[in-house]
Design a protein around this ligand. Structure first.
Ligand code: NAG
Ligand code: NAG
Length: 322
Protein backbone atom coordinates (compact mmCIF):
# COMPACT_ATOMS: atom_id res chain seq x y z
CA UNK A 1 0.00 0.00 0.00
CA UNK A 2 1.12 3.53 -0.60
CA UNK A 3 -0.45 6.08 1.69
CA UNK A 4 0.91 8.90 -0.47
CA UNK A 5 -1.10 7.86 -3.50
CA UNK A 6 -4.19 7.26 -1.40
CA UNK A 7 -4.02 10.69 0.20
CA UNK A 8 -3.00 12.68 -2.87
CA UNK A 9 -4.93 10.95 -5.62
CA UNK A 10 -8.25 12.83 -5.13
CA UNK A 11 -6.49 16.20 -5.05
CA UNK A 12 -4.45 15.38 -8.13
CA UNK A 13 -7.57 14.19 -9.92
CA UNK A 14 -9.23 17.52 -9.18
CA UNK A 15 -6.21 19.41 -10.45
CA UNK A 16 -6.11 17.25 -13.55
CA UNK A 17 -2.43 16.50 -13.04
CA UNK A 18 -0.68 13.27 -13.73
CA UNK A 19 0.17 11.43 -10.54
CA UNK A 20 3.90 11.93 -10.26
CA UNK A 21 5.30 8.89 -8.59
CA UNK A 22 8.84 7.54 -8.86
CA UNK A 23 9.78 6.42 -12.36
CA UNK A 24 12.24 3.77 -13.51
CA UNK A 25 15.00 5.74 -15.26
CA UNK A 26 17.78 3.23 -15.99
CA UNK A 27 16.75 -0.40 -16.35
CA UNK A 28 20.23 -1.81 -15.67
CA UNK A 29 22.38 -2.35 -12.58
CA UNK A 30 23.10 1.28 -11.59
CA UNK A 31 23.29 1.32 -7.77
CA UNK A 32 23.98 4.15 -5.30
CA UNK A 33 23.32 6.84 -7.92
CA UNK A 34 24.24 10.51 -7.62
CA UNK A 35 22.98 13.41 -9.73
CA UNK A 36 24.19 16.77 -11.02
CA UNK A 37 22.83 19.29 -13.52
CA UNK A 38 25.10 21.12 -15.99
CA UNK A 39 24.66 23.18 -19.14
CA UNK A 40 24.90 19.91 -21.05
CA UNK A 41 22.06 18.25 -19.12
CA UNK A 42 21.71 15.93 -16.16
CA UNK A 43 24.46 13.48 -15.26
CA UNK A 44 24.18 10.46 -12.96
CA UNK A 45 27.01 8.34 -11.57
CA UNK A 46 26.85 4.88 -10.01
CA UNK A 47 28.81 2.12 -8.34
CA UNK A 48 31.09 -0.17 -10.39
CA UNK A 49 29.33 -2.43 -12.85
CA UNK A 50 28.83 -3.12 -16.54
CA UNK A 51 32.62 -3.38 -16.88
CA UNK A 52 33.65 0.01 -15.45
CA UNK A 53 34.72 1.43 -12.05
CA UNK A 54 32.30 4.36 -12.02
CA UNK A 55 29.23 4.24 -14.25
CA UNK A 56 27.82 7.31 -16.00
CA UNK A 57 24.42 8.13 -17.47
CA UNK A 58 23.00 11.33 -18.91
CA UNK A 59 19.63 12.89 -19.63
CA UNK A 60 18.59 16.09 -21.43
CA UNK A 61 15.35 16.40 -19.46
CA UNK A 62 15.53 14.12 -16.35
CA UNK A 63 13.00 11.86 -18.02
CA UNK A 64 14.87 10.02 -20.79
CA UNK A 65 18.14 8.50 -19.58
CA UNK A 66 21.06 6.94 -21.46
CA UNK A 67 23.65 4.85 -19.69
CA UNK A 68 27.02 5.52 -21.36
CA UNK A 69 28.08 1.96 -22.00
CA UNK A 70 31.84 1.52 -21.77
CA UNK A 71 32.49 5.00 -20.32
CA UNK A 72 34.42 4.81 -17.04
CA UNK A 73 34.39 8.08 -15.09
CA UNK A 74 37.14 6.80 -12.78
CA UNK A 75 39.45 4.52 -14.81
CA UNK A 76 42.58 5.17 -12.70
CA UNK A 77 45.50 5.09 -12.18
CA UNK A 78 44.80 5.18 -8.45
CA UNK A 79 46.92 6.53 -5.57
CA UNK A 80 48.78 4.11 -3.30
CA UNK A 81 46.09 3.95 -0.58
CA UNK A 82 43.75 2.24 -3.10
CA UNK A 83 44.02 -1.48 -3.91
CA UNK A 84 44.46 -0.89 -7.67
CA UNK A 85 44.11 -4.59 -8.50
CA UNK A 86 40.50 -4.54 -7.29
CA UNK A 87 39.40 -1.02 -6.33
CA UNK A 88 35.65 -1.88 -6.08
CA UNK A 89 34.54 1.72 -6.52
CA UNK A 90 31.26 2.36 -4.68
CA UNK A 91 28.84 5.28 -4.63
CA UNK A 92 30.68 7.95 -6.66
CA UNK A 93 29.23 11.40 -6.01
CA UNK A 94 30.00 14.48 -8.11
CA UNK A 95 30.02 18.08 -6.92
CA UNK A 96 29.85 21.00 -9.37
CA UNK A 97 32.52 23.47 -8.21
CA UNK A 98 32.12 27.27 -8.34
CA UNK A 99 34.83 27.50 -11.08
CA UNK A 100 32.92 25.09 -13.33
CA UNK A 101 35.12 22.08 -12.62
CA UNK A 102 33.88 18.84 -11.05
CA UNK A 103 34.99 16.89 -7.99
CA UNK A 104 34.12 13.22 -7.64
CA UNK A 105 34.07 11.65 -4.16
CA UNK A 106 34.30 7.87 -4.16
CA UNK A 107 34.79 4.81 -1.92
CA UNK A 108 37.57 2.35 -2.80
CA UNK A 109 39.11 -0.79 -1.31
CA UNK A 110 42.27 0.08 0.63
CA UNK A 111 45.75 -1.40 0.14
CA UNK A 112 46.16 -1.81 3.92
CA UNK A 113 42.99 -3.84 4.40
CA UNK A 114 41.39 -5.34 1.32
CA UNK A 115 38.17 -6.02 3.25
CA UNK A 116 37.54 -2.34 3.86
CA UNK A 117 36.77 0.79 1.84
CA UNK A 118 37.92 4.35 2.43
CA UNK A 119 36.89 7.65 0.84
CA UNK A 120 38.87 9.68 -1.69
CA UNK A 121 38.42 12.53 -4.17
CA UNK A 122 39.15 13.06 -7.89
CA UNK A 123 38.84 16.02 -10.25
CA UNK A 124 37.79 16.70 -13.85
CA UNK A 125 36.80 19.60 -16.11
CA UNK A 126 34.28 17.38 -17.93
CA UNK A 127 31.24 15.91 -16.14
CA UNK A 128 31.69 12.37 -17.49
CA UNK A 129 35.41 12.40 -16.70
CA UNK A 130 37.87 10.77 -16.65
CA UNK A 131 38.39 12.02 -13.09
CA UNK A 132 41.96 12.15 -11.76
CA UNK A 133 42.27 11.03 -8.11
CA UNK A 134 44.24 13.20 -5.68
CA UNK A 135 47.02 11.43 -3.75
CA UNK A 136 45.59 11.46 -0.24
CA UNK A 137 42.45 9.81 1.06
CA UNK A 138 39.78 12.04 2.56
CA UNK A 139 38.64 9.72 5.38
CA UNK A 140 40.03 6.32 6.33
CA UNK A 141 39.03 5.17 9.84
CA UNK A 142 40.10 1.52 9.36
CA UNK A 143 39.77 0.69 13.08
CA UNK A 144 36.08 1.72 12.91
CA UNK A 145 35.43 -0.32 9.74
CA UNK A 146 36.51 2.12 7.03
CA UNK A 147 34.37 4.75 5.29
CA UNK A 148 31.96 4.71 2.33
CA UNK A 149 29.16 6.69 0.63
CA UNK A 150 30.64 10.20 0.39
CA UNK A 151 28.41 13.11 -0.66
CA UNK A 152 29.70 16.61 -1.46
CA UNK A 153 27.80 19.75 -0.47
CA UNK A 154 28.36 23.51 -0.82
CA UNK A 155 26.82 25.56 2.00
CA UNK A 156 25.13 28.95 1.48
CA UNK A 157 28.37 30.72 2.53
CA UNK A 158 30.39 28.71 -0.01
CA UNK A 159 31.95 26.32 2.51
CA UNK A 160 32.43 22.85 1.03
CA UNK A 161 31.60 19.78 3.12
CA UNK A 162 31.65 16.04 2.54
CA UNK A 163 29.40 13.69 4.50
CA UNK A 164 30.17 9.98 4.60
CA UNK A 165 29.37 6.81 6.53
CA UNK A 166 31.78 5.15 8.92
CA UNK A 167 31.33 1.57 7.71
CA UNK A 168 31.07 0.03 11.18
CA UNK A 169 28.81 -2.86 10.20
CA UNK A 170 31.76 -4.42 8.34
CA UNK A 171 32.97 -5.34 11.88
CA UNK A 172 29.63 -6.83 13.00
CA UNK A 173 30.86 -10.37 12.31
CA UNK A 174 32.34 -10.24 15.83
CA UNK A 175 28.76 -10.65 17.10
CA UNK A 176 28.18 -7.06 18.20
CA UNK A 177 26.47 -4.18 16.41
CA UNK A 178 28.90 -1.36 15.68
CA UNK A 179 27.97 2.26 15.19
CA UNK A 180 27.77 3.61 11.63
CA UNK A 181 27.90 7.36 12.21
CA UNK A 182 27.33 9.80 9.36
CA UNK A 183 30.27 12.21 9.58
CA UNK A 184 30.60 15.80 8.33
CA UNK A 185 34.06 16.80 7.06
CA UNK A 186 34.82 20.44 6.25
CA UNK A 187 36.97 20.89 3.11
CA UNK A 188 39.36 23.51 1.79
CA UNK A 189 38.04 25.58 -1.14
CA UNK A 190 39.71 23.11 -3.54
CA UNK A 191 37.04 20.58 -2.52
CA UNK A 192 39.59 17.77 -2.16
CA UNK A 193 41.59 18.66 0.99
CA UNK A 194 39.99 18.01 4.39
CA UNK A 195 40.43 20.70 7.06
CA UNK A 196 39.85 20.06 10.76
CA UNK A 197 38.32 16.98 12.34
CA UNK A 198 35.04 15.44 11.13
CA UNK A 199 32.00 15.67 13.38
CA UNK A 200 29.15 13.18 13.79
CA UNK A 201 25.71 14.21 12.50
CA UNK A 202 23.60 11.11 13.20
CA UNK A 203 24.11 7.42 13.99
CA UNK A 204 21.99 4.29 13.75
CA UNK A 205 19.38 3.60 16.39
CA UNK A 206 17.15 0.55 16.88
CA UNK A 207 14.64 1.84 14.30
CA UNK A 208 17.38 1.75 11.61
CA UNK A 209 18.31 -1.88 12.17
CA UNK A 210 22.06 -2.48 11.90
CA UNK A 211 23.09 0.68 10.07
CA UNK A 212 22.51 4.06 8.48
CA UNK A 213 24.35 4.88 5.23
CA UNK A 214 24.21 6.67 1.87
CA UNK A 215 23.87 10.26 3.18
CA UNK A 216 22.95 13.20 0.95
CA UNK A 217 22.75 16.84 2.11
CA UNK A 218 20.29 19.49 0.91
CA UNK A 219 19.67 23.10 1.98
CA UNK A 220 16.15 24.33 1.17
CA UNK A 221 14.52 27.50 2.52
CA UNK A 222 16.92 27.70 5.44
CA UNK A 223 16.45 24.06 6.52
CA UNK A 224 19.12 21.40 6.11
CA UNK A 225 17.98 17.91 5.13
CA UNK A 226 20.10 14.77 5.39
CA UNK A 227 18.71 11.74 3.57
CA UNK A 228 20.00 8.32 4.58
CA UNK A 229 19.30 4.63 4.04
CA UNK A 230 18.60 2.17 6.86
CA UNK A 231 18.86 -1.64 7.15
CA UNK A 232 20.77 -4.00 4.80
CA UNK A 233 20.40 -3.22 1.10
CA UNK A 234 19.85 -6.87 0.21
CA UNK A 235 16.65 -7.02 2.31
CA UNK A 236 13.28 -5.45 1.60
CA UNK A 237 13.65 -3.49 4.86
CA UNK A 238 16.11 -1.18 3.05
CA UNK A 239 14.55 2.28 2.86
CA UNK A 240 15.23 6.02 2.64
CA UNK A 241 14.60 8.36 5.55
CA UNK A 242 15.90 11.80 6.41
CA UNK A 243 16.82 14.11 9.25
CA UNK A 244 16.57 17.91 9.44
CA UNK A 245 18.41 20.74 11.19
CA UNK A 246 18.67 24.54 11.19
CA UNK A 247 22.49 24.49 11.29
CA UNK A 248 24.63 22.04 9.37
CA UNK A 249 26.46 20.88 12.50
CA UNK A 250 23.14 20.03 14.14
CA UNK A 251 21.44 19.07 16.30
CA UNK A 252 19.81 16.85 13.69
CA UNK A 253 16.33 15.39 14.22
CA UNK A 254 15.37 12.19 12.40
CA UNK A 255 11.98 12.65 10.75
CA UNK A 256 9.36 10.21 12.02
CA UNK A 257 6.20 8.49 10.82
CA UNK A 258 4.09 9.33 8.86
CA UNK A 259 6.62 11.59 7.08
CA UNK A 260 9.44 9.05 7.15
CA UNK A 261 10.52 6.81 5.61
CA UNK A 262 10.27 8.78 2.38
CA UNK A 263 10.74 5.63 0.29
CA UNK A 264 10.25 2.04 1.36
CA UNK A 265 9.28 -1.28 -0.14
CA UNK A 266 5.76 -1.09 -1.53
CA UNK A 267 5.75 2.55 -2.66
CA UNK A 268 4.09 2.56 -6.08
CA UNK A 269 5.96 3.72 -9.18
CA UNK A 270 4.42 5.21 -12.30
CA UNK A 271 6.41 2.84 -14.47
CA UNK A 272 6.96 -0.55 -12.96
CA UNK A 273 4.94 -1.65 -9.94
CA UNK A 274 5.88 -1.21 -6.30
CA UNK A 275 9.44 -0.42 -5.23
CA UNK A 276 11.58 -3.05 -3.55
CA UNK A 277 14.35 -1.95 -1.15
CA UNK A 278 14.68 1.69 -2.31
CA UNK A 279 17.79 3.49 -1.05
CA UNK A 280 21.06 5.17 -1.95
CA UNK A 281 19.19 8.42 -2.51
CA UNK A 282 20.88 11.61 -3.76
CA UNK A 283 19.32 15.08 -3.88
CA UNK A 284 19.67 17.38 -6.87
CA UNK A 285 21.18 20.55 -5.40
CA UNK A 286 18.06 22.68 -6.08
CA UNK A 287 15.88 20.40 -3.94
CA UNK A 288 13.39 19.54 -6.70
CA UNK A 289 14.57 16.03 -7.58
CA UNK A 290 16.06 12.81 -6.22
CA UNK A 291 17.63 9.75 -7.76
CA UNK A 292 17.81 6.42 -5.93
CA UNK A 293 18.08 2.71 -6.61
CA UNK A 294 15.67 -0.16 -6.03
CA UNK A 295 15.66 -3.84 -6.95
CA UNK A 296 15.41 -4.25 -10.74
CA UNK A 297 13.23 -7.34 -10.48
CA UNK A 298 10.98 -5.83 -7.82
CA UNK A 299 11.92 -8.56 -5.33
CA UNK A 300 15.62 -8.77 -4.56
CA UNK A 301 19.00 -7.55 -5.74
CA UNK A 302 19.84 -10.65 -7.79
CA UNK A 303 19.14 -8.86 -11.11
CA UNK A 304 20.84 -5.66 -9.96
CA UNK A 305 19.57 -2.37 -8.61
CA UNK A 306 18.06 0.01 -11.15
CA UNK A 307 17.98 3.82 -10.97
CA UNK A 308 14.66 5.50 -10.27
CA UNK A 309 13.92 9.23 -10.24
CA UNK A 310 11.29 11.36 -8.57
CA UNK A 311 10.31 14.98 -8.15
CA UNK A 312 10.23 16.11 -4.51
CA UNK A 313 9.35 19.18 -2.49
CA UNK A 314 10.23 20.37 0.99
CA UNK A 315 8.22 22.43 3.50
CA UNK A 316 8.46 22.77 7.27
CA UNK A 317 10.98 19.96 7.85
CA UNK A 318 8.96 17.59 5.65
CA UNK A 319 9.99 16.14 2.27
CA UNK A 320 7.27 14.72 0.02
CA UNK A 321 7.34 13.00 -3.33
CA UNK A 322 5.89 15.54 -5.74
C1 NAG B 1 48.62 2.00 5.77
O1 NAG B 1 49.70 1.51 6.48
C2 NAG B 1 50.85 2.36 6.44
C3 NAG B 1 51.98 1.64 7.12
O2 NAG B 1 51.58 1.16 8.37
C4 NAG B 1 50.49 3.69 7.12
O3 NAG B 1 51.59 4.57 7.08
C5 NAG B 1 49.31 4.31 6.40
O4 NAG B 1 48.89 5.47 7.08
C6 NAG B 1 48.16 3.34 6.31
N1 NAG B 1 47.14 3.89 5.46
C7 NAG B 1 45.87 3.97 5.85
C8 NAG B 1 44.93 4.48 4.84
O5 NAG B 1 45.47 3.63 6.95
C1 NAG C 1 15.13 -13.30 -6.36
O1 NAG C 1 14.00 -13.02 -7.19
C2 NAG C 1 13.87 -13.91 -8.28
C3 NAG C 1 12.64 -13.49 -9.06
O2 NAG C 1 12.84 -12.28 -9.70
C4 NAG C 1 13.69 -15.33 -7.80
O3 NAG C 1 13.65 -16.20 -8.90
C5 NAG C 1 14.85 -15.71 -6.89
O4 NAG C 1 14.61 -16.99 -6.33
C6 NAG C 1 15.03 -14.70 -5.79
N1 NAG C 1 16.22 -15.02 -5.04
C7 NAG C 1 16.22 -15.10 -3.71
C8 NAG C 1 17.52 -15.43 -3.07
O5 NAG C 1 15.21 -14.90 -3.05
Amino acid sequence: MNRRVLSYAPLLAVLGRAIAEPVLAIDADFPDPSIIQTESGYWAFATEGNGVNAQVATSPDFSTWTRLSGVDALPGPFPSWVDSSSPAIWAPDVLVMPDGSFVMYFSAITSNNTNLHCVGAATSWIPEGPYTPVDNYLACPLEQGGAIDPDGFIDSDGTIYVVYKVDGDTLDNDGTTHSTPIMLQKMESDGVTPTGDPIELIDRSSIDGPLVEAPSLLLSNGIYYLSFSSNYYWTQSYDTSYAYATTITGPWTKQSSPYAPLLDTGVETRSSGPLSAPGGTDFLVDGTKIVFHADRNGQNASDGRAMFVSEIREANDVITLD
